[in-house]
Write a new protein. Structure first.
Lengths: 197, 179
């Protein structure tokens, strides 16, 4: 989902939509379709502006974040991800600052997914070559495959900027850090969708 | 300059028409609204000095029975617009009556401005102000009583009918707001 596309939502309403709506509403509406369009446009922009600034990352972030230390073996990482039914999590140093983020994508690219890793790329790799290379990563730790440095945000960042950052970096979650750079929470794409819709 | 003329092209779509039941309710409302005021005028006080029915009520009927949702048709606008305009109309006649053209223009223009200021814009108010100037001798002799009879009396009667009729109609609700 492209969050930036929300800005274009209002363009999708047509004069015909408005006329149909005006017909559906009983009674004479003392307004022209273009009046309505103008009100709608201004109201939509206002609502967008309000949403952009009203809700901040710390209001919707998850505070109980599953994390792993840098030296965690990948098998531990995978077990944690599986147990929590999540697809990624922050890798933290002992002082709770963020070393990186480890996610499905990192595993996929490590396992032969290439530039834009996907599950199907890995399957393809397995089928075309002699075998799968999961065995090769058994001895690696979180630090070896995590994405680093991690993209992080501060808790005061408005939601729409969070969405833009996710779009820009093509990531699905972004850790929230406090002033000292320590992990404070995490915002996932699904949190954004729940808040905005 | 071309921008000036371009504005005259319009270009926007005209709103859709209304259905049969809407037309029927508009007719019924207007009929029941004008009836009591007209009865006062013609049957109860046929020879008196009082006036009950003025032309601007016809215009109000269009709004409060025909365009119920319009902001212009709400009680605040109906009552406020008429009363304020009536006061201005009478004052204009009394002060500027020696130059009727000026009194007429001043009354209407000032009524519109005053209705805007008080958020009571009601188009028939302009007519109410104008009638105070161009009306008969009977109207002129009423002085500021014009504000009460015919204006406020008629407006209140029509408002009561609007409250009843427009809320019996399933598809209607009146008013949108009182104040």
């Amino acid at each position: 989902m492209k969050f930036s596309a929300l800005n274009e939502c209002r363009q999708t309403i047509s004069d015909e939509d408005i006329v149909v709506a005006m017909k559906k509403i009983p009674g004479y509406l003392d307004i022209t379709p273009s009046d309505f369009m103008e009100i709608y446009r201004v109201a939509f922009d206002h609502a967008l502006h309000r949403l952009k600034h009203a809700i901040t990352a710390e209001q919707i972030m998850t505070r109980q974040v599953a994390t792993v230390p840098e030296n965690a073996l990948l098998v531990e990482v995978v077990r944690l991800l599986a147990d929590h039914d999540i697809s990624g999590m922050p890798v933290i140093r002992p002082d709770r600052t963020i070393a990186g983020v480890i996610s499905e994508k990192d595993f996929l690219s490590k396992m032969g997914g290439g530039e834009s890793p996907s599950f199907m790329h890995v399957i393809l790799q397995c089928l075309e070559k002699t075998g799968c290379i999961a065995a090769d990563i058994k001895k690696l730790t979180a630090k070896d495959i995590m994405s680093s440095p991690a993209v992080t945000i501060s808790g005061t960042m408005p939601l729409f900027e969070v969405a833009e950052i996710m779009d820009r970096h093509n990531i699905n979650r972004v850790p929230v850090i406090d002033e000292a750079g320590r992990l404070a929470g995490i915002v996932a794409r699904s949190d954004l969708i729940q808040t905005m819709c | 300059m071309s921008a000036f003329f371009k504005k005259m092209k319009g270009g926007s779509q005209s709103p859709p028409g209304v259905g049969f039941s809407e037309i029927a309710w508009s007719w019924l409302g207007a009929f029941l609204g004008i009836t009591p005021v007209a009865l006062l005028q013609y049957n109860f006080f046929p020879d008196g000095d009082l006036v009950f029915l003025i032309g601007s009520f016809g215009a109000s009927a269009v709004l409060i029975y025909g365009a119920v949702r319009s902001p212009l048709a709400q009680p605040r606008n109906l009552v406020g617009g008429h009363v304020i305009s009536a006061v201005i109309g009478v004052a204009a006649w009394q002060v500027l009556g020696s130059a009727p053209w000026l009194a007429a223009a001043f009354a209407v223009a000032t009524a519109i401005a005053a209705m805007h200021v008080t958020k009571t814009l009601h188009p028939p108010g302009g007519a109410t102000a104008l009638i105070a100037v161009i009306g008969s001798e009977k109207i002129h002799s009423l002085g500021f009583l014009y504000v009460l009879f015919p204006v406020l009396t008629g407006v209140v009667i029509m408002l009561i009918v609007a409250l009843v009729v427009n809320n019996i109609a399933g598809s209607r609700k009146f008013p949108e707001f009182w104040w």
